[in-house]
Design a binder for this molecule. Structure first.
Ligand SMILES: N[C@@H](Cc1ccc(O)cc1)C(=O)O
Length: 331
């Protein structure tokens, strides 16, 4: 796999391909980031962008994880003190998950976002951005329709972070794309270069494959889950024997979350995936890549129940180190 392939594998969007190709030609020491609002525990959504950071680390990038405490505060995620505490836990979990500490810089937003230069740049952006533009950029992050003043300051700060953290590449889920587009549009007015962005997909809802997996609207898998609870959730997941999101041709999108988790969480982190089966059902199956597994599910060679059993086992392995860290915190 060449550097460009590794950098862009499994992403939904590359902005722009040309700019990312230029980075891939000389990836050593380049800086890429994801920002996270410290809130709750690390879950499968955070882990997906973390997988991309691990890919980038393997391609030679230096990684910056922004623990966006001020952003979480602006988005009403608790008191500053609570948010800071959560940020500490989150950092420990990311390290346990596989972000090597020597190549990862963990930065709290409040370390630079309260400085004078930053504040004045922010005010300049406030002056040149309409409320409507900022609100549109925030729609997917904030949800609901009760935008506060804090919610329009939020995306402008995110746009500035890319400059102040001296980054070459911004990474986020598809829910961040509008903020990234805002960044590309507005920072040149301040005399800064817009940076390229990568957007990772959002996994389908575990229960029914409709819409996005989210802790607020349904089942999600987190670093707090026990082995048994992962098994339960995966066993109950929607898993038709197809990757076609519209198998009955009626236009009601239902994706296959089990396959999506194999593709985005398991195959990027394990070289081979073994599906255990009793001898009488044909014995174990072994896969080196996602395509082969998906094809077997479609052909009927791989039964959804066996696929789920394997998925729960691999997810448990990914979550286990973070779970151990949490147990230490709770002592
Ligand atoms: N907007 C991100 C958090 C974030 C904050 C600041 C950034 O610079 C980047 C990302 C989220 O929804 O969780």
């Amino acid at each position: 796999m060449d550097a460009y392939e590794r950098i862009t594998r499994n992403v939904s969007e590359v902005v722009t391909e040309e700019e990312v190709r230029a980075l891939a030609e000389d990836p050593e020491g380049r800086r890429a980031y994801v920002g996270y609002e410290p809130s709750g525990v690390l879950h499968i959504g955070h882990m997906l962008t973390a997988n991309k950071l691990i890919d980038l680390q393997e391609a030679g990038f230096e990684i910056v994880v922004l623990l966006a405490d001020v952003h979480a505060y602006l988005n009403d995620k608790g008191t500053f003190e609570e948010i800071r505490e959560t940020a500490e836990r989150m950092k420990a979990q990311f390290v346990a998950y596989g972000l090597e500490e020597e190549h990862t810089e963990f930065v709290l937003g409040s370390e630079f976002q309260l400085d004078e230069d930053y504040a004045l740049d922010l005010h300049q952006l406030e002056l040149s951005t309409t409320l409507n533009r900022a609100q549109r950029a925030m729609a997917e992050i904030q949800g609901g329709d009760t935008a506060k003043v804090s919610h329009v300051v939020y995306p402008l700060m995110q746009a500035l972070d890319v400059e102040y953290l001296d980054l070459d590449l911004a990474v986020g889920g598809m829910d961040q794309r509008k903020v990234h587009m805002l960044h590309r549009e507005v920072v040149p007015d301040l005399g800064y270069d817009a940076r390229p962005c990568l957007h990772t997909p959002i996994i389908a809802n575990l229960d029914d494959g409709v819409g996005k997996m989210s802790s607020s609207t349904g089942v999600t898998i987190s670093m707090e889950d026990s082995t048994e609870s992962i098994e339960e959730k995966v066993n109950a997941a929607y898993c038709p024997p197809t990757r076609d999101p519209d198998p009955d041709g009626e236009g009601n999108e239902r994706r296959n979350p089990v396959l999506e988790i194999f593709q985005h969480h398991v195959f990027p982190r394990f070289e081979t995936v073994v599906v255990e089966r009793p001898e009488q059902y044909g014995g174990d199956l072994e896969y080196d890549d996602y395509e082969a597994l998906a094809a077997d599910l479609e052909s009927g060679e791989l039964h959804p129940a066996d696929a789920k059993g394997a998925l729960a086992r691999y997810l448990d392995e990914l979550v286990a180190p973070g779970r151990a860290v949490l147990a230490e915190y709770d002592e």
